[in-house]
Design a binder for this molecule. Structure first.
Ligand SMILES: Nc1ncnc2c1ncn2[C@@H]1O[C@H](COP(=O)(O)OP(=O)(O)OP(=O)(O)O)[C@@H](O)[C@H]1O
Length: 290
């Protein structure tokens, strides 16, 4: 078996070296050939496609957070190569949804074991972006932007971002058109979920990553109590399920927003948008899970 690893050395706390060493030891014991590529943050798509052509792996491991999984996943569309998740990020939303092990020893075992193949849906947004886990506009989008622009130092810096985003995010009015209905709603955040859970374990919906559907959820009002109660350590941790309105489950949607608002996909800031087109790509790639 040949396994290509795409590792983001900057993911999470940026200390993946021990995990990688353990995995390499496990590979050597099992006579498995491995190739490790580290992402740089620029031209990674090109590098991955070249390496797949050259190395011809049997499976590709995405080592990082949701951003890295998305990077690998979008380069596997149209190939028959399965993806394996190595959660090294700070939030690991998709890995949490799929119950992927997170401790080093379990990871080294699971990566090379006989895994179960499962189809993985992906979302395509505004024709050009791919989403593996979750995208949203509003409060969280603003926080991701500010985090990328200014970083944060510890809990206090993060708390400052939350307070600022909650204060500055305007009440948005949205028209949501799905294949089934047109809805007029207003709120401070609108989330588009491929998976059913945030990295914190908070449930978004009853959906799954291979049901051919995605879920839309609105946060119609802000309660400071919720934000304070939820703690302030990671993106999305301030979201609690009772903050959302009813879930809209669909295969495609267009969202018209009454102003330009911050938009993020899988923890990456995309920019300001006042229109979104979201399409389900059912069973776009294959994922190997325990
Ligand atoms: N070598 C690198 N140096 C700096 N940034 C990088 C590097 N490689 C990738 N990146 C950037 O890292 C981001 C993806 O991070 P990723 O989602 O994997 O980790 P994370 O943010 O720690 O995890 P999570 O999404 O779980 O919170 C992308 O913006 C990508 O451009």
């Amino acid at each position: 078996m040949k396994v290509l690893f795409i590792i983001n050395p900057n993911s999470g706390a940026g200390s993946s070296a021990a995990t990688i060493a353990r995995i390499q030891e496990a590979a050597a014991l099992k006579n498995i050939s491995t190739c490790i590529l580290y992402t740089t943050g620029t031209r990674d798509d090109e590098m991955i496609r070249k390496e797949i052509d050259l190395y011809k792996p049997d499976r590709v491991v995405a080592g990082g957070g949701d951003g890295t999984i998305q990077l690998v996943a979008r380069n596997l569309i149209g190939t028959n190569l399965p993806i394996v998740l190595l959660p090294l990020g700070s939030a690991n939303g998709l890995a949490t949804s799929l119950d992927i092990p997170k401790d080093d020893e379990a990871l080294a075992d699971y990566i090379f074991s006989d895994l179960q193949a499962m189809p993985l849906d992906l979302l395509r947004i505004n024709d050009i972006h791919i989403c593996v886990h979750l995208a949203d506009i509003g409060i969280n989008g603003m926080m991701v932007k500010e985090y990328e622009e200014g970083g944060h130092s510890g809990m206090l810096g993060y708390a400052r971002h939350v307070v600022h985003a909650v204060k500055e995010t305007p009440l948005m009015k949205y028209t949501i058109k799905t294949e089934k209905e047109t809805l007029e709603q207003e709120g401070y955040m609108l989330a588009f979920a491929n998976a059913n859970m945030y990295g914190t374990g908070i449930q978004i919906s009853e959906g799954s990553v291979h049901d051919g559907m995605f879920e839309i959820r609105n946060i119609p009002k802000i309660s400071w109590i919720d934000f304070i109660k939820a703690g302030l350590t990671k993106f999305n941790i301030f979201i609690d399920k009772h903050m959302f309105t009813d879930v809209i489950s669909c295969k495609q949607a267009e969202v018209f927003i009454d102003r330009k608002v911050d938009f993020q996909i899988d923890g990456e800031y995309i920019g300001e948008v006042n229109y979104l087109k979201i399409e389900m790509l059912p069973s776009a790639i294959t994922i190997l899970i325990p």
